[in-house]
Design a protein around this ligand. Sequence first.
Ligand SMILES: [Zn+2]
Length: 398
Amino acid sequence: MLIAHKIALNPNNVQATYLAKAAGTARFAYNWALAEWTRQYEAWKANPTQPKPSQLSLRRQLNAIKHKQFPWMLEVTKCAPQMAIIQLGQAFKNFFAGRARYPKFRKKGVHDRFTITNDQFSVDGSRIRIPNLGWVRMREPLRFTGTIMSATVSRVADRWFVAIAVDTQDNSYLPKAENQGVVGVDLGIKAMATLSTGEVFAGPKAHKALLGRLKRLSRSLSRKQKGSANRRKARTKLARMNARVANIRADFTHKLTTDLTRRFHTVVIEDLNVRGMVKNRHLARSIADMSFFEFRRQLEYKAAMRGSQVIVADRFFASSKTCSVCAHKLDDMPLSVRWWTCPVCGTLHDRDINAAVNLKNLAVSSTVSACGETGFGLGRKVQVKPASTKQEVSFVPV
Ligand SMILES: [Zn+2]
């Protein structure tokens, strides 16, 4: 299993300059290759005897010209431009498979990063050796044992991090899940997450308070003159605040997914159509606050490490509209309704808890019917699909 550990770096000024230069070289190579790819692809379409672009051919072409045209590239690790073009190849692969949009040019200051392959660096306790640079201090030693695969150095606001990917032989880093059975998790607007046990996770409060400051900082930045020192300072302040908000979100998601996978052997969630929900402006903030994809990704890899499972209910499963006691289904359920009484059995429901219980019942009834007995909970054939097992996981959103 491939897992990554993201560690803060403590570079000195000279080292920080090198890291920025290497990230700049990676960005330049990526953008150069993207422009070349587009141009060569058009040329190939017009005349199929021309070669079709690929990451391999573009890497060779860059290697052939970099000594003459871009001699400054040689000042940093050769991995920076090479890996950037390999990543572009991956971006095109995702695009051609319909998983992603056409690759975009990388912008300076937006997720600055570069990747080094395992033959080009070494780790010794709390330090990492980077080519042409030497040893850089890390805030903590690498947590995992196994074969080190690659390292990606990236900048968040004005701090540098390294994410070291390790291929571990076993995935028993976490103790097995406590046997507290099945839990349904409803993700919503009023509360970030409601469990079928009745527990409610409201979401990070500090975050809401920071949003006002975030707005003020971005207004302050827009008032500063372009190219001025004050603008640069304001930009750093804003970037730091953005990083802080992102950290608070990530912390909440990690704690929630750890708690769920630690306690329950089966976690049932809904397959949220996030793109559709973000269009609804009432939902947009809360969904963006806890990225559903990130929530699901963490849940899946943590469950895999603890030997528990994640079940994702069908997108059209009516978790909110169905009575969790008698399975009566309402025609309509406006978002504003927080409490409702079932017209058939008379049970008073909290909207979110009812939805979570329905999700839980989905797993219970599907396991029962799998054993050849009559399902209970919901009086209909349930559609469940096991969550895909992800190969690649990381402990911190990169
Ligand atoms: Zn009912």
